[in-house]
Design a protein around this ligand. Structure first.
Ligand code: SF4
Length: 287
């Protein structure tokens, strides 16, 4: 195989929110031997496997909790669910120390208090979005499709718009424009709050710049990770992009006739996983 150049994005590895959540749950598991988390604490299979090895067990629902302690993941939960958990177990450990997730939750709560109906630009099934909707006291909806807004019969006049923290900024801007267009003749008051995470913006920008000067991009992470999916979508607009989980997924045929390969990863992909991919590519290039 011909030699090629491998370049890693300048913004990779765990984001601060994921790093902190992992540290908290690791410490608890080491101290107590075992601990349960409600849902995956981060959306990355390699990280979850490593945590499982030290006693971190994932339970899918509140009814599956066996112990007296439960850990909440990095993307938070609604106040209602937190209350239910506190009634169910002795201790709730909240790893949602991320200021961006908190900001979105507080924004939704303030909008609800002020009588606004909250529209969240995001995946309605994602735990973070469900959590934020809970902070909006159920007075809101989540969607990626701005057309949904115009089909709603009667919307309140006071509308707040915010975003899931990991969305692509240009998509949010487009969504806002469309919502404004469909509400303008309805005497609405619209408040827009930019709740997209700074880490994600930086990561997407760096990946996009890199994708612009390579032939092939590899985006590393689990398919369950919203931000990694968005990163792959973004890169595929400028370069041939492959979404992989580890170095074992790489196929040499992808690089035939290509000189420059770029590598990036989502906020829940460890730097070790990224470095393993880079090392495998460099080895392939020498062979
Ligand atoms: S991706 Fe951003 S919002 Fe999500 S946990 Fe990381 S720093 Fe926080």
């Amino acid at each position: 195989m011909a030699e090629f150049i491998v370049e890693k994005s300048t913004a990779t590895g765990f984001c601060s929110g994921v790093k902190r959540a992992i540290e908290i749950v690791e410490n608890v598991a080491r101290e107590r031997g075992q601990v349960e988390t409600l849902g995956a604490i981060v959306h990355n299979h390699q990280v979850l496997k490593r945590l499982d090895d030290i006693g971190v067990k994932v339970v899918d629902s509140i009814d599956d909790i066996k112990g007296d302690t439960i850990v909440i993941g990095a993307h938070g939960v609604s106040p209602q669910l937190e209350k239910e958990l506190r009634q169910r177990v002795k201790e709730v450990i909240d790893t949602t120390s991320c200021p961006f997730v908190h900001r979105a939750q507080i924004a939704a709560s303030r909008l609800a208090e002020a009588g606004f109906f909250t529209i969240i630009y995001g995946d309605a099934n994602h735990p973070e979005v469900k959590g934020i909707l809970g902070w909006a006291e159920g007075k809101g909806l989540a969607t990626m499709d701005s057309n949904v807004i115009s089909t709603l019969g009667s919307l309140p006049h006071h509308i707040g718009i915010l975003s899931q923290t990991t969305q692509i900024p240009s998509g949010f801007t487009e969504f806002i424009k469309n919502v404004i267009d469909s509400l303008l003749t309805k005497d609405s008051e619209i408040r827009i709050i930019d709740t997209i995470c700074h880490d994600i913006r930086k990561r997407q920008q760096a990946a996009l710049e890199l994708a612009g000067r390579v032939d092939v991009m590899l985006v590393i992470g689990s398919t369950t990770s919203a931000n990694t999916n968005h990163l792959a979508d973004l890169c595929s607009t400028v370069a041939t992009t492959y979404f992989i989980e580890t170095e074992d997924d790489i196929l040499p045929s992808w690089f035939k006739g290509h000189q420059r390969i770029g590598v990036t990863g989502g906020a829940s992909t460890s730097e070790d996983t990224i470095n393993d991919v880079v090392a495998r590519l460099e080895k392939m290039s020498r062979e």
